[in-house]
Design a protein around this ligand. Structure first.
Ligand code: HEM
Length: 415
């Protein structure tokens, strides 16, 4: 998705199609969201097949939809690609469950992913990042977006307890779930791609759970830990463990790579920002937060209104699907000064790339650590980075990302 908006243009909000994949693959969604925040903070769209949804784009409204489960439930599904089909795993999968059950499962998973729990992973992540960046410095073209898809594997794979030999397949399957219409990942039609990927992923984690059960013991991995988690009086069933493992895989694989490529592209387009970040290593945490805000890789999440609900100057009827556009909220000028300016000195406090409220990303500490280490190493090694071809954007209205970002990097000269 284009992250630097093009020139202002007239936008007819009655005709805007937020499900038009061309808008994200080759168009310019930010001016559309700007217009929605200004003129239609509650926007309603009916698709040709009769499915309908409401959109909120302002920062406060997005936080309210994501954060208030009593008004806006997650129990029918939260991913917009499934609009109109209730989640078969509702109430059992961490992402599609409301408190109080959600709170118990979430607490148990979160305890293994706190900043303190992930801190010991730093050296290992650094070694992986250094290995990842090395080939970029041989003077040839390096497709950062394509290669970055594999980056979470080396970080989250060992944490989940999944062998590295399986990661290529899992990366492919998770990409199919999030961008089923992208020609890079499509297998047949969109529905078929989604069905195949979902089935294969759940089958993979289910097999893994069965194997761990028969092996006995605890290998210290997060999936093993899930086997001891209780929701109320009962331990999670094997199916629930598999579903939560699926969420973790998805959460880890599909977001961090796009944050990396989108932030690197922003730096390529703004050499003065690159120079600033390089001159002051203390700016790296700022760069990470600004990169998260700027890219907002999980561009939206969905909820369903529990009752008739007033929001954004209108009313969503009970049962209506509401899409909370995180990518828009993170560019809301009432919250962020000059929102379309990428500025590494901005603190980007309050950015909501990780969501808001009870479902706030449980992997945020790990993602932040990975991104910090990535940019520390990149800025230390690369003297300059240039584009070596046009970036290609992901064909998805859910994940804002790239499939190709060809770059050429020069070694940083040591003084
Ligand atoms: C830059 C990287 C990432 C971004 C932008 C991101 C974004 C998000 C967002 C916006 C949500 C909220 C969903 C909602 O409100 O329904 C979320 C939830 C979640 N994320 Fe992430 N995520 C990232 C990295 C990760 C990683 C590394 C993991 C795994 C280790 C992960 C696992 C999850 C899980 C399991 C949830 C569901 C939490 C719940 O329902 O309580 N994410 N993520």
């Amino acid at each position: 998705m284009r992250l630097t908006p093009g020139p202002a243009r007239d936008i007819d909000l009655d005709r805007v199609d937020l499900f038009d994949l061309d808008l994200y693959a080759s168009g310019d969604p930010h001016p559309v969201w700007d217009a929605m925040r200004a003129r239609a903070p509650l926007h309603h769209q009916v698709l040709p097949d009769g499915r309908e949804f409401w959109s909120v784009t302002r920062y406060d409204d997005v936080c309210r939809v994501l954060g208030d489960h009593q008004e806006f439930t997650s129990q029918r599904g939260t991913v917009v690609t499934h609009l109109g089909t209730d989640d078969v795993a509702a109430g059992r999968l961490i992402t599609s469950t409301d408190p109080p059950r959600h709170t118990e499962v979430r607490r148990a998973i979160g305890s293994r992913l706190t900043p303190r729990a992930v801190a010991p992973w730093e050296d290992r992540i650094r070694q992986a990042v250094v290995r990842f960046l090395e080939p970029a410095l041989d003077g040839g073209t390096f497709d950062l977006a394509e290669r970055a898809l594999r980056l979470p594997a080396v970080v989250t794979g060992p944490l989940l307890g999944i062998p590295e030999r399986d990661w290529d397949e899992l990366v492919e399957l998770t990409a199919m779930v999030t961008a089923p219409s992208d020609p890079h990942f499509r297998h047949g039609g969109e529905a078929a791609t989604l069905a195949i990927a979902h089935h294969e992923l759940v089958a993979y984690v289910t097999d893994w759970v069965a194997r761990r059960r028969s092996a006995g013991g605890d290998d210290g991995s997060l999936l093993d830990h899930l086997m001891s988690v209780r929701a109320g009086e009962f331990p999670l069933t094997d199916e629930e463990i598999a579903l939560d493992g699926y969420s973790l895989l998805l959460g880890a694989n599909v977001t961090t790579p796009h944050t990396v490529s989108g932030t690197v592209l922003a730096l390529i387009e703004r050499p003065e920002q690159f120079a600033k970040a390089q001159a002051d290593p203390l700016l790296v945490p700022n760069l990470v937060e600004e990169g998260l805000r700027w890219t907002s890789a999980a561009c939206n999440f969905m909820r369903y209104a529990v009752g008739d609900t007033r929001i954004g100057g209108g009313t969503v009827p009970a049962g209506g699907a509401v899409v909370a556009w995180i990518g828009s909220a993170n560019r809301d000028g009432t919250r962020f000064t000059d929102p379309h300016t990428f500025d590494v000195t901005r603190t980007a406090k309050g950015q909501i790339a990780f969501g808001f409220g009870p479902h706030y990303c449980v992997g945020a500490p790990l993602a932040r650590l990975t991104l910090r280490v990535f940019f520390e190493e990149l800025l230390q090694r690369f003297g300059s980075i240039e584009l070596d071809g046009a970036p290609q954007h992901l064909r998805s209205f859910f994940i804002a990302g790239m499939t190709h970002l060809p770059i050429v990097a020069q070694n940083r000269k040591t003084p």
